[in-house]
Design a binder for this molecule. Structure first.
Ligand code: HEC
Ligand SMILES: [Cu+2]
Length: 358
């Protein structure tokens, strides 16, 4: 190839300038989008960089530290790369010129072996410290115990010492650092692997069949914290959402008091209760104080105290409740609740009954 045709294949200066401009515009746009995102309280996307609980704080600090180190590595490598590209690129005047080749420099080889090894050791020790501090934290006697069971595709929550069973929406008290009331979760699975993840409260912990895992949360702020099953567990894994309500101590004990009693037995909805108790519903669902004691699906004793249906798939309104029972797949395709093919009359009576389960 002669030098004239070689030159004609290299991108022109305008071409190069345009690519650089595009890259810069792209970076600015990405940065702009990040800055324009709504501030944490109204932002429905849980953000690991806005921690609200001790373990999440420790993870946040560790990730900033790791980000800082990796950013330094990135800047160093990128600067060297750009320097080498500019300094040693083929010159138009002498396209076949090669820079001096350096082999076996002990100094350079030592530098790029020892420095990365030290960096890895530092990252390892920093991570090990945080893992130990979170996993081996002493459990205070004031801790609240919750058993969380992952199911395809919903969450079961049992508070053994409080006598409460609920689903999908976890209520826990806020934990004042001077009187900590952390919540200790025992994580189990009824079927396959799931993962419990509330980004602002703690990292992920898997729920694995035939194994007991543990995690704790001690939120310092009241409010609603969103999470998500973080391990692919089947078709509706993406609609296996978590809602954690962090309550003041007063509203937490009020919630517990409201969840304890058996279900409302309202005579005006006896027809609907009859439909429920004579259909397969009772094999999969429990309603305390009635013959219904299934555990394949969520406990419905206080169904109407929950804001959402089917693990956050839909808002808990009458229309959605009716649609859900008529055809669960309409709201959550692939959910493990079958359509019971009820008549419109039975369906209306049944929904009237369910609406009294407050
Ligand atoms: C084969 C077992 C099975 C039967 C039978 C069944 N369900 Fe379900 N049900 C489930 C499962 C599993 C879920 C959770 C679905 C999900 O979120 O993915 C569920 C969820 C629900 C929910 C939503 C609860 C919540 O807190 O989100 C309601 C309400 C409900 N079922 C009512 C009924 C009624 C009424 C019947 C009878 C007409 C019935 N189910 C029959 C298994 C069943
Ligand atoms: Cu899952």
């Amino acid at each position: 190839m002669n030098s004239a045709s070689f030159n004609s294949q290299r991108p022109g200066a305008t071409h190069r300038l345009l690519s650089i401009l595009l890259l810069v515009v792209g970076l600015l746009l990405a940065a702009g989008l990040c800055v324009a995102a709504p501030a944490p309280p109204d932002n429905p996307v849980p953000n690991i960089f806005v921690p609200r609980s001790t373990p999440a704080n420790m993870i946040d600090h560790l990730s900033l530290f790791v980000l800082l180190i990796t950013a330094l590595i990135f800047v160093t490598v990128f600067t060297l790369l750009v320097y080498v590209l500019v300094k040693f690129r083929a010159k138009n005047s002498d396209p076949s010129h090669e820079p001096a080749q350096v082999y076996g420099s002990t100094q350079i080889e030592l530098a790029w072996t020892v420095i990365p090894t030290l960096i890895v050791v530092v990252l390892f020790l920093a991570s090990a410290r945080v893992i130990h501090a979170i996993q081996d934290a002493a459990k205070p006697p004031s801790a609240i115990d919750v058993v969380a069971v992952g199911h395809q595709f919903w969450w079961e929550f049992r508070y053994p010492s409080l006598g409460v069973v609920t689903a999908n929406e976890l209520h826990i008290p806020v934990s004042d650092p001077t009187h900590p009331t952390p919540t200790y979760l025992k994580l189990l699975s009824a079927d396959t692997d799931h993962s419990f993840w509330i980004p602002q409260l703690n990292g992920k912990t898997d729920l694995i069949p035939n194994r007991v895992n543990e995690m704790w949360l001690d939120p310092h702020q009241t409010g609603l914290f969103l999470g998500q099953c973080a391990q692919y567990c089947g078709t509706q894994h993406a609609k296996m959402l978590l809602r954690v309500y962090v309550d003041t101590p007063q509203s937490f004990s009020a919630w517990v008091q409201a969840q304890k009693p058996p279900a409302n037995l309202d005579a005006s909805v006896a027809a609907g209760r009859h439909v429920f108790e004579t259909t397969a519903c009772i094999n999969c669902h429990a309603v305390a104080g009635t013959p219904a004691n299934g555990r394949f699906g969520p406990d419905l004793t206080h169904l109407m105290s929950r804001a959402t249906l089917a693990s956050g798939a839909a808002e808990n309104t009458r229309e959605n409740l009716r649609l859900w029972i008529q055809d669960p797949d309409a709201l959550k395709p692939g959910s493990l609740m079958p359509s019971m093919k009820l008549t419109d009359n039975d369906l209306d009576a049944l929904v009237n009954y369910l609406e009294t389960l407050r």
